[in-house]
Design a protein around this ligand. Structure first.
Ligand SMILES: O=c1[nH]c(=O)n([C@H]2C[C@H](O)[C@@H](COP(=O)(O)O)O2)cc1CO
Ligand SMILES: [Zn+2]
Length: 161
């Protein structure tokens, strides 16, 4: 008989998104994304970070001041789309922990992604989030908040040692 306690597809892919977010160097908000096809095969992942060649130690991670991270950072969702390297994303699902901004929504729509699953929406009141939701809805992209009874998934590197 099969074992109990295995994770769902949704938990698996949101888990991958959260794991990707752990690669982020952003001291304030770490975002991760995972794109999967209709067969539940992972097509790409991404997290928020500076473009290739733009050093995390030389570019600013500050939120305020003369020069901020906002000028340079590539969002997790866009990175995941670009990391797919031109693969066909039509009908794919995108898992992301933070609700996508309006710029990512444009890329999501244009790449043919059919559904966005997000975990939380901490900037729900912002103009960018409202514009994003509006465009996603107009384009017919399904939008769903991730729900689960599983609070944590533990990864134990020492489990088989
Ligand atoms: O959809 C998003 N995806 C994404 O990767 N980000 C990134 C950009 C920044 O590095 C960080 C947001 O920073 P902050 O919360 O400090 O404003 O998250 C931000 C958004 C915007 O909501
Ligand atoms: Zn974005």
């Amino acid at each position: 008989m099969k074992r109990n306690g295995y994770i769902s597809w949704d938990e698996y892919f949101m888990g991958v998104a959260l794991l990707a977010a752990k690669r982020s160097k952003d001291p304030n908000t770490q975002v991760g994304a995972c794109i999967v096809d209709s067969n539940n095969i992972i097509l790409s992942t991404g997290y928020n970070g500076f473009p290739y060649g733009c050093s995390d130690d030389l570019y600013p991670w500050e939120r305020e001041g003369e020069d901020t991270k906002y000028n340079y950072v590539v969002h997790a969702e866009l990175n995941a789309i670009l990391n797919a390297r031109g693969k066909n994303l039509k009908g794919a699902r995108l898992y992301v922990d933070l609700f996508p901004c309006n710029e990512c929504a444009k890329a999501i729509i244009q790449s043919g992604i059919a559904e966005v699953v997000y975990l939380y929406n901490k900037y729900a009141d912002s103009e960018a989030t409202r514009a994003s939701a509006r465009m996603l809805q107009s384009a017919g992209v399904k939008l769903r908040q991730f729900k689960t009874d599983t609070e944590t998934i533990v990864l134990d590197f020492k489990a088989n040692a």
